[in-house]
Design a protein around this ligand. Structure first.
Ligand SMILES: [Zn+2]
Ligand SMILES: [Zn+2]
Length: 332
């Protein structure tokens, strides 16, 4: 029996990694909705990921939970699983499976940039490396996130009468943008759309200092003038956004590299900030794992599969169900 199938089923222990359907046993890389779902019998994940699952879906999201720390190995019969940091969001992990001398790493989503809200990615030696390819085309070269935040702060300074409404995803990206603002010396209160509050509080409980955060609701007229407000992309078009003062609409996403995409979504200030590896990070990481075989998922598989083959590596695309870009809350 092979250790891992292409649908990420671990045969010898009857478990799936990140199953998009209710499973008896699920090993979960991180808390984004396209990886972590409710309804599993048992969940094995990092303590932080379990915390995220409970916060988002309720404590009954799974029947049993087993939490692990980074570097901790769980032995399940002939298979051992160890969780290593993936640098993607709080609690995100790569899962190393070891059995009969074979090593397979399922990296989930990852990035190599310094983050400030997560433990940095660690390359793990393996025979087979399962990588994402959200930004798996050479055209995707993410700039330095600190420089992108400087653009935002310049705009805040230049337009003191306008609100700055930053559209981001509520888990991971929002907290990273806030942290980057704090690291750049921005100490003013940052205002949150209601849907952001839960996950920001969870990050803060887990020791990620995000500074003074306030609800962007129930405020006196004029309170948001000159302020920074964080909201999900859908909220920028809601009635909710009308309380802003002539808002500068910013969006923090890896997709902001594509100018038409920014324009089409009415974004005045695109910020190219991504929680996924860009092309260079992908092609640096693969050789670092020493893997002779690479499985590619989550986006633009073909270009990366081709690149692997030019390097003399065996490579295959995985067309995992439920991972299409538009369904992905962490598509950015
Ligand atoms: Zn993700
Ligand atoms: Zn994902």
């Amino acid at each position: 029996m092979s250790l891992l199938r292409h649908d990420l089923y671990i045969g010898p222990i009857g478990a799936y990694i990140d199953p998009p359907f209710p499973a008896k046993k699920a090993l979960i890389t991180h808390g984004h909705a396209d990886h972590a779902r409710a309804g599993h019998d048992s969940v094995l994940a990092t303590h932080e990921t379990i915390g995220i699952i409970k916060r988002r879906y309720g404590v009954d999201a799974a029947k049993n939970y087993q939490g692990v720390s980074y570097g901790e190995t769980v032995n399940m019969g002939e298979v051992a699983a160890t969780f290593y940091p993936a640098g993607h969001i709080l609690g995100s992990a790569q899962i190393l499976l070891e059995s009969k001398g074979q090593r397979i790493v399922v990296s989930g989503d990852y990035k190599r940039r310094d983050d400030g809200t997560t433990v940095p990615f660690e390359p793990v030696k393996c025979d087979i490396f399962v990588t994402e390819a959200t930004f798996g085309l050479p055209v995707f070269q993410h700039p330095d996130a600190h420089a992108e935040i400087s653009k935002l702060l310049t705009s805040v300074k230049n337009f003191p009468d306008r609100s700055h409404l930053i559209a981001t995803y509520s888990l991971g990206k929002a907290q990273r943008v806030i942290k980057l603002l704090r690291l750049a010396g921005y100490d003013d209160p940052i205002y949150l759309h209601g849907s952001m509050i839960n996950m920001c509080a969870f990050y803060q409980e887990n020791g990620v200092d995000l500074g003074d955060l306030r609800k962007a609701t129930g405020l006196l007229k004029g309170a948001l003038k000159g302020q920074v407000v964080i909201a999900p992309p859908s909220a920028t078009k809601e009635v909710w956004a009308r309380r802003m003062y002539d808002p500068v609409i910013a969006m923090a996403s890896g997709w902001m590299t594509i100018k038409q995409r920014a324009k089409a979504s009415g974004v005045e200030l695109p910020l190219v900030i991504s929680d996924h590896a860009d092309w260079n990070e992908l092609i640096t990481t693969i050789p670092e794992t020493g893997a002779g075989e690479v499985w590619v998922t989550h986006g633009r598989e073909d270009a990366l599969v081709h690149w692997c083959q030019t390097q003399g590596l065996k490579a295959a695309p995985l067309h995992l169900q439920g991972r299409e870009e538009d369904q992905m809350e962490d598509a950015a």
